[in-house]
Design a protein around this ligand. Sequence first.
Ligand code: ISE
Length: 329
Amino acid sequence: MKRVGIIGTGIMGADHARLLTEAVSGAVVGGVFDLDADRAAGVAAASGGARVFEDPHELINDAEIDAVLIASSDATHEEFALACIEAGKPVLCEKPLAPTVEGCARILEAEDRFGARLITVGFMRRFDPGYNDLKRRLGEGAIGVPLMLHNVHRNPANAPGQPDAGLITNSAVHELDITRWILDEEIVEVAVHAPRKTSHGGGTQDPQLLILRTESGAISDVEVFVNARYGYEVRCELVGELGTVTLDSPRPTTLRRGGVTGRELPGDWRPRFAEAYRLELQDWVDGAGGGASAWDGFAATFVARACVAALASGERHEVSLPPVPKIYR
Ligand code: ISE
């Protein structure tokens, strides 16, 4: 039984603790840390009495913690990921791996020095049954050569005062990853368009339209709209030479009532990607290696930085990733 230590018991840390306790085999929550000790204690109690640590580094280095899940604030990911590598412990780190390219690079270097992959980045969409089916059909040649990927990513409402860049680094970063993963190639050029702003976004540039060109010349466009009001929705259509594949609503039934037919939408990403989170955690606990690597985390932050620059300049920006380090090939 693997004993997982969780750093950060906010929305995502608490959700991972619940899944590890209720829906994943082969692991228990062994310990938790949060700056808010009461919040940590609540999650520990709900996880069958896990230990509450007062210091995240004590949790990382504790002999009874076998693996670490980092779900603390983005700016702390680098410090904890580096400490886990130092301790030789496997990590599942919520996205982003680190908010800066330099921070991600330091994690890559540390992993390279360690000589083996220890880090998995929580790009959970890679485990979503819909995205997997879409990728499988592409692989089977069902739609021929891929030409375009259309993505829509909408949240009902975001925290007030979100910086313009947050739509890219916090939300569209999932599409940066999923584009690389589905098409199995790198993004080489980006542009970001800024349409008329919603009056519900507190002045933030919301929505935004990202245009991502890949090595083969395929284009992936991403509408990211985080104050869309009506619900949480993620759409994706892959267009190929012979046909298209579209993600269906994950809701298995359609409701007809009061003169309206439709499928309810979730309020946020947790119900939408519940199965993806469960499968991601199970894969990580099993050591199956199906998740995004530190290199994937680096690449996502690298492309996100180019998108932020493209939004500011209004121009196309080239993306030129450094060579992939050997341990990720
Ligand atoms: C949030 O942080 C996530 O990671 C969700 O998956 C994403 O859909 C949402 O837009 C983000 O705010």
